[in-house]
Design a binder for this molecule. Structure first.
Ligand SMILES: Cc1cc2nc3c(=O)[nH]c(=O)nc-3n(C[C@H](O)[C@H](O)[C@H](O)COP(=O)(O)OP(=O)(O)OC[C@H]3O[C@@H](n4cnc5c(N)ncnc54)[C@H](O)[C@@H]3O)c2cc1C
Length: 222
């Protein structure tokens, strides 16, 4: 028996800007060839025949550009080159797809690193009622888009930093906070986005505290 992988259709679009927003982290703005729903991803590559990588869309649905937030994997195939893109360069992207739509509120959003990207799209698209965001990062400048989140979510935006201290920042991992939490509300939806280890750990804690399996929705960046 043989399996053939369905090829993702890609189309060319142009770079508007590629902004370094933190050490090794870029906000890439592209001409938007199609509409999307916040939480969807696109496949992206620099050459038509390369294996594309997936990226969450990190712009508001009404913005003129389609933006992604990425960090450079120094030994990675795509991201070191992606970091060098300049305005008017061309990239291949797919139509948007994915099921991490985070449509239900009230909800708790949980993200580490660039895993905050779909929540950037949601907040920039106007979703901010009955939302709590738990945001983990190693350093304070790793809380990408923290000003936007603070403005829209106020005290329901909680930052957990593992290596630095600062105003309103909670020291330590967000998993420690969740472990100490008496009762995570079982009626809420929990949307998790980031590394596989974070998602495994958070899911285990939530399940152990009585949150139902189908209330936990995850997008794993692997
Ligand atoms: C649904 C989804 C959404 C995503 N959204 C985002 C996003 O919004 N932002 C973002 O930054 N990333 C996102 N990612 C991750 C992204 O798709 C890429 O994996 C990432 O950018 C690295 O791509 P790369 O080509 O530079 O690295 P790759 O070449 O894929 O390598 C990644 C790392 O793995 C190591 N590696 C590669 N091959 C091997 C191997 N054979 N054995 C051991 N180690 C190896 C490399 O050294 C490197 O450190 C998402 C992933 C998924 C699945």
């Amino acid at each position: 028996m043989s399996f053939t992988r369905k090829r993702i259709e890609l189309q060319l679009t142009q770079v508007i800007d590629n902004i370094l927003i933190a050490d090794g982290v870029y906000y890439l703005k592209l001409h938007k060839p199609f509409d999307f729903k916040p939480g969807q991803v696109v496949a992206l590559s620099l050459n038509e025949n390369d294996e594309p990588r997936l990226y969450s869309i990190a712009s508001g649905k009404n913005e003129v550009s389609l933006n992604i937030l990425f960090d450079v994997m120094p030994t990675g195939q795509l991201t070191p080159t992606l970091a060098n893109l300049k305005p008017n360069d061309e990239v291949y992207i797919s139509a948007p797809f994915g099921k991490f739509l985070c449509e239900h509120t009230p909800a708790v959003w949980i993200a580490t690193g660039t895993g905050v990207a779909p929540f950037v799209s949601l907040i920039k698209s106007g979703t901010n009622k009955n939302i709590t965001l738990l945001h983990g990062a190693r350093t304070i400048d790793g809380f990408y888009f923290q000003n936007e989140f603070k403005e829209k979510l106020g005290d329901d935006y909680l930052r957990f930093c593992t290596t630095e201290t600062g105003n309103d920042v909670i020291e330590g991992r967000l998993t420690n906070y969740l472990k100490e939490l008496d009762n995570p509300a079982p009626e809420l939806k929990y949307y998790l986005c980031g590394s596989s280890q974070m998602i495994i750990d958070v899911r285990e804690i939530l399940l152990s505290k009585g949150v139902a399996y189908d209330k936990i929705i995850a997008e794993i960046y692997f």
